[in-house]
Ligand binder design. Structure first.
Ligand SMILES: O=C(O)CCC(=O)C(=O)O
Ligand SMILES: [Fe+2]
Length: 424
């Protein structure tokens, strides 16, 4: 990142202040298509799509060199079942049944990839039907179990990825996935975990995306306040069932071809249909640009838990602690883990910033590979969000005495590091 981009980004966040998007996002008329890798820099992506939080599609030229595009696909552009069987047949994969609705999602089972491919071949032979239903292999953590080397390489645009950096540091999980399924498989309406961004590349096949800017989903709620499972269902047209439906703009519709890469911004609800037999690779990621939305989302999640068990507030001595426990199981993380996430990233960026500034020149290599200006931007974003976390009454109720680094001390270190960047 160059200096000009960092200053642009910092102004963007100053301009937003604390009063961030409670307003409903306008649906753009169309999605930008990025044709040529050589004419599109990280700074272009950062300024035009990441910061303004709008989607875009990258051409297949961006993924031309990926091994998976060569080996996982037959010359006819179909999934290469033999190659997949030989290389990954024994691996256990999660499989969802698209035909069964379970709390706005689908029930999942686990099976060896071999069995899934046997099912898939039969499904095609039987004209895309099976007594087993319509099965979709989703959220397979291929890279946690085997090296992704030679399968794909992380596009630079998506390389500021604190979520996977955090998971890699504590070696617990990751948000790097493979999806595969026959034509007709689909993912119900949802927004991505913790207000993360996602990117998704079709290794083969085609997908149809329905995308709604943040806030538009409110108008899609049914008369009980629930979000839809399928936004293409005709029941959505019934105003008795969906009273605010007329206030929702039509979604942005995108058809993603083989090799193309879709950027899904933070908080955009979406629904995705495989139009052909399709394999895709995607990541969920969080960085300084959606850290604020992530923190606001966590506050909303805690509030929802507090409201749910409000009747016990006065009778349960450790009610606040219980709210955090429930939040952890519903949302995946609670306030303590959010602090831990900020701390892990901050503890990598602070020395990296000092090193980068000592060796001077902007754009010099840093731990993230994105240069010292980007590290300065990261430090600035963590500082602001940590300052907000520390003054939050629910965070102040946590017992932080056993934390390896006290939140106030971390904030001070960050503020000192940030002050030093004025000369950058
Ligand atoms: O491809 C799919 O079925 C879902 C992908 C998705 O939801 C995402 O990349 O965020
Ligand atoms: Fe998604």
């Amino acid at each position: 990142m160059d200096r000009e981009t960092r200053i642009f980004a910092e102004k963007h966040f100053q301009g937003l202040g604390e009063c961030l998007p409670s307003s409903v996002g306008r649906t753009p008329d169309c999605v930008d298509f990025i044709e040529k890798p050589e004419a599109f820099s990280y700074a272009d992506f950062f300024k035009r799509f990441l910061l303004p939080n709008v989607p875009c599609v990258f051409s297949s030229a961006f993924t031309e060199s990926w091994g998976s595009r060569k080996h996982w696909v037959t010359p006819e552009g179909k999934p290469n079942f033999d190659y997949l069987l030989q290389n990954y047949g024994d691996m256990i994969v999660p499989v969802a049944n698209c035909g069964v609705k379970e709390y706005n999602s689908n029930p999942k089972e686990h099976m060896p990839l071999r069995d899934y491919i046997i099912y898939w071949k039969e499904y095609i032979q039987e004209n895309y039907s099976s007594p087993k239903g319509c099965l979709y292999l989703k959220d397979w953590h291929l890279c946690r179990n085997t090296s992704a080397e030679g399968v794909y390489s992380l596009p630079v645009y998506f390389s500021s990825d604190w979520l996977n950096e955090y998971w890699d540091a504590i070696d617990v999980d990751d948000y790097r996935f493979v999806y595969m399924g026959p034509a007709g498989t689909w993912s119900p309406f949802h927004a991505d975990i913790l207000r993360s961004f996602s990117w998704s590349v079709n290794i083969c096949g085609r997908k149809r995306w329905f995308l709604f800017p943040p806030g538009q989903e409110e108008a899609l709620r049914d008369c009980h306040g629930g979000l839809p499972y399928d936004v293409t269902s005709p029941t959505l047209l019934d105003v008795r069932l969906h009273p605010a439906r007329t206030h929702c703009s039509a979604p942005l519709e995108v058809t993603q071809e083989a090799g193309e890469m879709v950027f899904v911004p933070s908080g955009w609800h979406h629904q995705v249909h495989n139009l052909e037999d399709t394999i895709s690779i995607n990541h969920n990621w969080i960085n300084g640009c959606n850290l604020g939305p992530m923190w606001r989302f966590l506050q909303q999640e805690l509030l929802a838990v507090q409201q749910e068990i409000s009747e016990w507030r006065d009778v349960m001595p450790d009610w606040h602690h219980h709210c955090q426990v429930i939040m952890k199981s519903c949302t995946g993380i609670n306030y303590e883990e959010f602090y831990h996430f900020l701390k892990i990233i901050a503890e990598k960026r602070i020395p990296s910033l000092a090193n980068g500034m000592a060796t001077e020149t902007a754009g010099s290599v840093s731990d993230t590979g994105l240069g010292v200006q980007h590290t300065a931007f990261d430090v600035s974003r963590i500082t602001e969000v940590l300052a907000s976390l520390i003054t939050n009454p629910d965070f102040q109720r946590l017992d932080t005495s056993a934390f390896s680094l006290q939140p106030g001390d971390l904030l001070q270190q960050l503020e000192e590091a940030r002050t030093a960047t004025v000369s950058l």
